[in-house]
Design a protein around this ligand. Sequence first.
Ligand code: TYM
Length: 351
Amino acid sequence: MDIVLSGIRSTGKLHLGNYYGALRNFIRMQEKNKCYFFIADIHSLTTHPDPKMLHENVKNVLVDYLAAGIDPEKSVIYVQSDLHETAELYLYLNMHVGIGELMRTASFKDKARQQLHIDRMNTEEGDVEREIFNENNKNSVNSGLLTYPVLMAADILIHNADKVPVGKDQEQHLEMTRRFARRFNYFYGVEYFKEPVAYNFGEELVKIPGLDGSGKMGKSEGNAIYLSDSPKEIEKKVKKALTDAGPTEPDSVKPDYIENLFTILRVVSSPEVVQYYDEQWNSCAIRYGELKKQLAEDIIKVTAPIRERILDIEKDDAYLRKVTLEGAEKARESARKTINAVREIVGFKPF
Ligand code: TYM
């Protein structure tokens, strides 16, 4: 059996991007693999440290996991901060990671830019680096953000996972995990860590766009449809999506914001529906009102049953407590084995 591991940061409720990039595959994988799914609450501290909201946010993700169909009888579900072994492995891995390679990570540069409010488009790489090293900048970038990929590697390697179901935006982090695993093995002359891969059933990793015509759907981008949104909210959000006067030439290339609507349509609707709207587009007969109505309807078909379960599960604190306690215990069993072996490899010895 392959070992599967993945996690989602607890920075808010889960949206369609999380669902199609990650969560849906978690559920598909739990039948035939040994699965670990966790809530990345330590990672959330790199950008969203908020003691008042922290627990609520962890609860949101946990409830969404269970409501979407992760079964605690089949998979190990745990909270990252409950597994201290991950933090210990993170510390050892950090000794073999260069500051330069971390600074070149795309997600770091992105987040650093956001934090420093540097305009994304017109920024030279050197400017970002200079600002990061400027200690007088009150929004300075913390080293947790820089070492984010090392903590992520520790999450994965602590269970020596084979497959990691994630969306497209996590591809580089997985490459780094493989590099860190390889480097550790090489440095200590062992073949201990496996090299895990980003996984989507042999298909390209998924990127679900936002409804506002720009980039990916994200919690902080303000363009997300949440699994817990009511049908009314979903209809409203889809209605507001950016469109235009329609194509004037047959078979023209779709502009980004229209392509985005089709990308979502491709994941939520049947191939016949997609083909119908493609034909409508190609013959310049497309009516966006009709397309949006269909899109909202098909999104609701996916989210409504999940939302119903969310409303039930979120009331059951005793159940949530049981799931996380048992999950932490099972995760610890596997993590202890790894950390004991790693300590020996590194050279720690009792007197
Ligand atoms: P996070 O919370 O940013 O994203 C969680 C998962 O959702 C996917 N995702 C998307 N997929 C497609 N389209 C989108 N618009 C979209 N938005 C988000 C992400 O690819 C991810 O799979 N660093 C991870 C959390 C993490 C982790 C790990 C994952 C921490 N340690 C170890 C795997 C293994 C993250 O960014 O989560």
